[in-house]
Structure formats: C-alpha cells, structure tokens
Design a protein around this ligand. Structure first.
Ligand code: AMP
Ligand code: ZN
Length: 138
C-alpha cells in the first residue's frame, strides 16, 4: 500500500469502488469513466507501479482474473467481444500508477476506434528493430 495511491485505497475500502470480483491476489472494480458499458479494471492487491514492476505471480493472477471477469461479463452483458488493455508509463497513456488491466467489453457499432493507423514500414525497418530486440536478450 502506498499512501497516495487511489487504487490501493479502493482495495483497502478507503475510497469507494464498484467491486465486481476479487481473490487472494486481485480485485476488480468498475472504471469511473467507462469506455463502453461494463468497462472494468483488474488490479493486484500488492502495489506495483506498472508492468515493469509487477511480480510475475501477481501478473499471472491479474490476467487470469481478467479472463474470469470477461467470462462473467459475457454472461451478464452479452458483449460481442473484448479488449484487454494495459498502459505502461505516461508515454503509453498510463495515468494511474498502480498496475491495472482494463477489461473493456465491446459491442458491434460501439464508438471505440483502433488507436493507430496501419501504415506499413520502410524496407528493412521491421527486421532492423527485431535484430535490436534479439540482441538485448539474455
Ligand atoms: P490508465 O490511463 O491506463 O492508467 O487508466 C486509468 C483508469 O483509471 C482510467 O480509465 C480512469 O477512468 C480510471 N480511474 C481513475 N480513478 C478511478 C477511480 N477512483 N475509480 C475507478 N476508476 C478510476
Ligand atoms: Zn497502489
């Protein structure tokens, strides 16, 4: 728990949250600004700022809990699909620095759009970046 973290406070019951699921390692609650009806967040109980910091066991528990929640939404809301989304660091849109997975039920004709435009790549660019990533491996 960190004193200033709003998600730690929701987990601790010190701030209101519409909790929809929980287990030993995770809590799921409704997003206060839903992208679609049903949009919820799944967080580890143990505070970790982001994807780089979260422990493997908590990450595993959080993705399993996200699928469990998606299955529950499937029964309750009958969506047509789902997006599971994580933002890691401000450059990638992260605004709350307690790791979370967005579980966003999707509906045919809902207003969400793909956030990038597929543009292809310069000749050799994909292979060059792939080589850089491979070279950084253990
Ligand atoms: P991100 O930009 O990926 O860090 O997402 C943070 C999400 O937390 C946003 O979708 C917010 O709407 C949501 N959020 C912020 N404060 C609260 C809160 N008190 N209760 C529920 N959701 C919240
Ligand atoms: Zn926290």
């Amino acid at each position: 728990m960190t004193d200033e973290c709003i998600f730690c406070k929701i987990i601790a019951g010190e701030l209101p949250g519409e909790i929809v699921d929980s287990d030993e390692r995770t809590v799921a609650f409704m997003d206060i600004n839903p992208a679609t009806p049903g949009h919820a967040l799944v967080v580890p109980r143990a505070h970790a700022a982001d994807l780089m910091e979260i422990r493997d066991e908590d990450l595993q528990a959080t993705i399993v809990a996200a699928r469990r929640l998606a299955r529950r939404m499937e029964a309750a809301l009958e969506p047509d699909g789902f997006n599971i989304l994580n933002a890691c660091r401000p450059a990638a849109w992260q605004t709350v620095f307690h790791f979370h997975l967005h579980v966003i039920p999707r509906y045919e004709n809902d207003p969400l759009k793909l956030p990038w435009i597929p543009r292809g790549a310069e000749e050799g660019q994909i292979a060059a970046v792939a080589e850089k990533i491979r070279a950084a491996g253990a």
